[in-house]
Design a protein around this ligand. Structure first.
Ligand code: GDP
Ligand code: MG
Length: 214
């Protein structure tokens, strides 16, 4: 693990979304986070420090993961404050978690204003088509960037962080120069599964997605 001196900047990242969408699993896939976990029992959060080695230096995210208090309540403003970026996660297999994305987004922006945000559709290893279409409808109406991923298979697991770093550092050509330390996948995301995702996304190209740097 890199020493603290070599970290060029640290960003507070708030990880939100409905319970059971996979937030804690996602952050725990990153092994570096295991070293410096902090708990704040009052706010009900766990903060994991994740390092990313890029062509612009080493950056750290302090990822604030809500510890079982995903309900819409007054506590949340306390951990939204001073967030510099955010991931809103939903479960692609559960429409109700998608339906709440707008609400999470509205509440987040209400406290944090215009910060870089990624919407992450997790559990694409389950991938029910109907839910995927619902998710894509959301993006068609939205200017928000979204990434489909699986915390179970590690599919696209580093992409939300790379996207946020590009925005925060202001360099669209920023890229990882070292793979993040990630636990091995629980199941392997096969080529066939990848192709299914690609095919489905191809079917949905009749609209313009927001610009990406990929
Ligand atoms: P949180 O409440 O948002 O923090 O969700 P958790 O991380 O506790 O995950 C809820 C459940 O979803 C757990 O049983 C995880 O094992 C499961 N899970 C998380 N990510 C994935 C994924 O990508 N695919 C599948 N199939 N299950 C997942
Ligand atoms: Mg959790």
């Amino acid at each position: 693990m890199q020493s603290q001196e070599e970290v060029k900047a640290t960003f507070k990242l708030i990880l939100i979304g409905d319970g059971e969408s996979g937030k804690t699993t996602f952050v725990k896939r990153h092994l570096t986070g295991e070293f410096n976990v902090q708990h704040n029992a009052t706010l009900g959060v766990e903060v994991n420090h994740l390092l990313f080695h890029t062509n612009r230096g080493v950056f750290r995210f302090d990822v604030w993961d809500i510890a079982g208090h995903e309900m819409f309540d007054g506590l949340r403003d306390g951990y939204f404050i001073r967030s510099q970026c955010a991931i809103i996660m939903f479960d692609t297999a559960k429409a109700n978690t998608y339906n709440n994305v707008n609400r999470w987004h509205r509440d987040l922006v209400g406290v944090c204003g215009d910060i870089p945000i990624v919407i992450c559709g997790n559990k694409v290893d389950i991938m029910p088509k109907k839910s995927w279409k619902t998710c894509i409808n959301f993006d068609r109406k939205s200017i928000l960037y979204h990434i489909e991923m699986s915390a179970r298979t590690n599919y696209n697991i580093e992409k939300p962080f790379v996207y946020l770093l590009k925005k925060l550092v202001g360099d669209p050509s920023l890229k990882l120069v070292q793979s993040p330390a990630i636990q091995p996948p629980k199941v392997v995301f096969t080529d066939e599964m990848s192709c299914q995702v690609e095919r489905f996304l191809d079917e949905a190209t009749s609209y313009t997605l927001p610009p990406t740097y990929d």
